[in-house]
Unconditional design. Sequence first.
Length: 272
Amino acid sequence: MRTSEILCKTALSQSGLADYALNCYVGCQHSCRYCYARFMGRFTKHVEEWGEFVDVKANIVEVLLRQLARKRVGSVIISSVCDGWQPLEDKYRLTRECLRLLIAYGYDVCVLTKNALVVRDLDILAGKKNVELGMTVTTLDEGLRRIIEPVASPTVRRLQSLKAAAEKGIKIWLFIGPLLPFLSDSSENITRLMMEASRLPVTRIYVDKLNLRFKVWQSLRSALFEHFPQLVPRYQEVLFDPLAKNRYVKELRQKVKSIAEAHGVRRVTTIF
């Protein structure tokens, strides 16, 4: 993993998920094989693949403070393309300081992470009505998790983090996905995740399928060849054959809906 410190010109950027997005890092140590943020590689000078480098925006706290003095107050998502609580954050504490400033200036903050390090910052989030904490989960199979999300926190620790946040009165939500064909899209895995969700006071649950954005297939195909070579032809069928793809997506959507209803899990939205 190559790590470099850089200087940024802006901290808050326009986002389709909120009024603004805040990303204290370019690149992510979590190295998720399905990460859609690979498109960011087109805007860097790195020769390394996505997941093999991180640029630390060393001056982002100062830049954010200047922007907050003149920006219209709105909603902010942390983080939209690079996890704000990846392991380097334990050293740099940039996301923590930016989070503190955003709340102090009255911004609505939506957190989404895969790392239990976020528990460190519950003291900032607790008691604030304008913040919510979301966690991404994909599977409760730790063997699979280590293959597809090698540096992210174990799923159980992510769920424990949500529970800890809820106990402090923080609004929590859950993102389940992407559900990988023939790996994490099974009825068993979805059922286990929904049962875990039913034990948490989540305000909402989003579920997504695998999306083949920039270079995602190349990354995932490499992992499949290494660990599940027998699945490569099946992936090629459901991802690239229009009829098979439509049938798969329809069946997956119905599976998620049926399992959620069977276990009394409400506020579930499939975003595919």
